[in-house]
Write a protein that binds this ligand. Structure first.
Ligand SMILES: NC(=O)c1ccc[n+]([C@@H]2O[C@H](COP(=O)([O-])OP(=O)(O)OC[C@H]3O[C@@H](n4cnc5c(N)ncnc54)[C@H](O)[C@@H]3O)[C@@H](O)[C@H]2O)c1
Length: 252
């Protein structure tokens, strides 16, 4: 007898950066498991395309802008209901062509990457947490990176931002103890084949690839499978953890 494990029927999920790459795969995976998915992206065309494919809700906005966040999270609640699952996936690797050593970096390099990867992520959490606490239920999955564990050269702002994501996942999970069944976890992928790689030099990509024992890039669907479990009610006794998905690069 087959069972519908990791069922998401009746759940409302918001996936930031859902318009392409890993986020798109997560949207499709969660929708395939029965969730109503809000596809949140600053790129209106891709958010609309993905939402149409999965019968979800296109949420167009910039997650660094609080006015956009208020509008977007208002839209999903009015169209689909309170948010059960938030996947903080949107992120940037660097300003175009600015994967440079830290001594060559400028303030804008840091503000750009940290503003999206850390501050934007926190603002999205703040948008859904009061509702999750009120209903005593929720799952938040933050997409970090192996760079946040190891510190990739020429990716200082990115590595620091992803270490912050891993740490704030732990802080938040502890703050939520006693507030209901709310689990917060992070995921640390190594190189996954998506358009984000266009932001980096080929030499930086080759360096990262050479460190993966399985000898290949990961696929967005592989990350989505892990995120699916962490978004589901079956993930009930794990919180604050960082899950590796790096083809064997991280063994801790
Ligand atoms: N691809 C990899 O090798 C890899 C490895 C480790 C971690 N990650 C992380 O996975 C996540 C997704 O990466 P990806 O490779 O799919 O990226 P991607 O560049 O392919 O897609 C990112 C999406 O986020 C959206 N976005 C960016 N800034 C936004 C903002 N301010 N507001 C709203 N939307 C915004 C973009 O429009 C885009 O659709 C990121 O957090 C990234 O750091 C990726």
């Amino acid at each position: 007898m087959s069972k519908n494990y990791f069922c998401m029927a009746g759940k409302v999920a918001v996936v930031t950066g859902g318009g392409q790459g890993i986020g798109e795969a997560i949207c499709k995976r969660l929708a395939g498991a029965g969730a109503k998915v809000g596809v949140f992206d600053m790129n209106a065309e891709s958010a609309t395309r993905v939402a149409k494919e999965i019968d979800g809700v296109a949420l167009v906005g910039d997650l660094t802008k609080e006015a956009d966040l208020a509008r977007v999270f208002g839209e999903i609640v009015s169209k689909a209901g309170p948010v059960d699952v938030l996947v903080n996936n949107a992120g940037v690797a660097s300003r175009k062509g600015r994967d440079v050593p830290i001594w060559e970096s400028v303030r804008e390099d840091w503000e750009f990457v940290l503003g999206i990867n850390v501050t934007g992520l926190v603002l999205c959490c703040k948008a859904v947490l009061p509702g999750m606490i009120e209903r005593k239920y929720g799952h938040i999955v933050n997409i970090a990176s192996i760079a946040g564990k190891e510190g990739n050269p020429k990716m200082g702002p990115y590595s620091a931002s992803k270490a912050a994501v891993i740490a704030l996942t732990k802080s938040l999970s502890k703050e939520l103890v006693g507030k209901g069944d709310i689990c917060v976890n992070s995921v640390a992928p190594a190189v996954i084949q998506t358009p984000i790689l266009d932001q980096l030099d080929q030499a930086t990509i080759n360096m990262m690839l050479s460190k993966i024992p399985l000898g290949r890039t990961g696929k967005p669907d592989e990350v989505a499978a892990l995120v699916h479990f962490l978004s589901s009610a079956d993930c009930s006794f794990t919180t604050g953890f960082c899950f590796d998905i790096s083809g064997g690069r991280a063994t801790y």
